[in-house]
Ligand binder design. Sequence first.
Ligand code: AMP
Length: 431
Amino acid sequence: MSAVSLQAPRGTRDILAPDSARLRALAETFADAAELAGYGQVVSPMFEQIEVFRRVGEATDIVSKEMYEFRDPGDRRLALRPELTASLARAFVQHRPTLPWKAWYEGPQFRYEKPQAGRFRQFNQVGAELFGSDDPQADVEVIALAWRFCTSLGLRELRLVVNSLGDRADRERYLGALSAHFEQRAAGLSAQGRETLDRNPLRLLDSKRPADLAVVAGAPAVDDYWSEAAAGHFGAVLSGLEALGIPFERNPRLVRGLDYYRRTAFELASDALDGAQDAVGGGGRYDGLVADLGGPEVPGVGFALGVDRLLLACDAEGAFPPPPGAADVFVVDVTGGGEATLLAEELRGAGVRAERAFDGRSMKAQMKAADRSGARWALLVGPDELADGVVSMREMRGHGAGHAGASVQRRVARSDVVGEVVRAAGEGSTR
Ligand code: AMP
């Protein structure tokens, strides 16, 4: 019988320490940034009734081709969430919170895409949404949050690209003009381009296929279709960004993957990432979304950032290293291991990161493990220490003040040792 080797499904990964700690630190950094701006966290289900996504994006690949759909044992038609804006709009309609409703989220999304570097079938996003305001200053606040968060990670090679898709009627007129333009030139498009044209001509604008590029280059520009109100709104957003000193580029061809966007659209890209997958996130205004889900005409603006991409960009720029995972203390117990259990638990109770060995290993083996752990101190418990009611506290190599190779050891009363470690760690942390 041959053993089948079981692996994580294609397009998914196990994220082990220290990368998992970095992922958590990133989410915490985002939570801090969002909560400073008055956004509260929403934890919504990983799956929704399929209608939630169907209603908002029938014409998009994410909904039509990439959804993980299933029936549960109660014969309900459900889908793993491919994104969270629709879920939040559904939650808004369900709970009717007071306006403006400012919400942030983080967590995995699921899309049946072709896996490649920076593109997975399960990936993490952080994001924020502001429901209930038409004010261009709301767009500015949301973009500023995304920008402030990304720069707080230490990212420098970021590009903010902005556009406006106009109001619903503008967008319809623009779509008509775009379709006419592309249909007249359909013979020049790639086969895939023609397929995109049938489904959603807007999406052709961000085609990267060479054949399509020439046809796209002559396409009508969205600016010519803006209503006065939409043009005024976009002007105010750009002035707001300028006032904050947030640099941006205008790209009249920027469209977003989902159908519900109106007016402002934006994308954050990293020049440190490979061109094809350089988008770290994006968002915009979606004034029709809540109504599409059966709610009142409530406008909204928000964004989602891809955490995996953000971390790749951080790697490329040497930013946001994993948080230190090393233990503070390693308890070396050669009296059977029970003392190590007691001491380690006492230390952990006092907030000290304490490690220990198992299986009654030799002094030498335990010291090696202590070294590998990166701990600053080893606490040694041998028969002598046990008899005298003390613990030997040794500063590990590389941690001593200036004298590499030397290790300083002293005996501390067993009853004082936790306090002593806490005190010494406190001194260490201010260095
Ligand atoms: P979207 O929800 O499509 O606007 O995507 C927002 C961001 O999520 C993108 O800019 C990417 O950084 C990230 N993202 C989208 N799809 C994937 C994926 N399949 N794998 C990894 N990151 C993704």
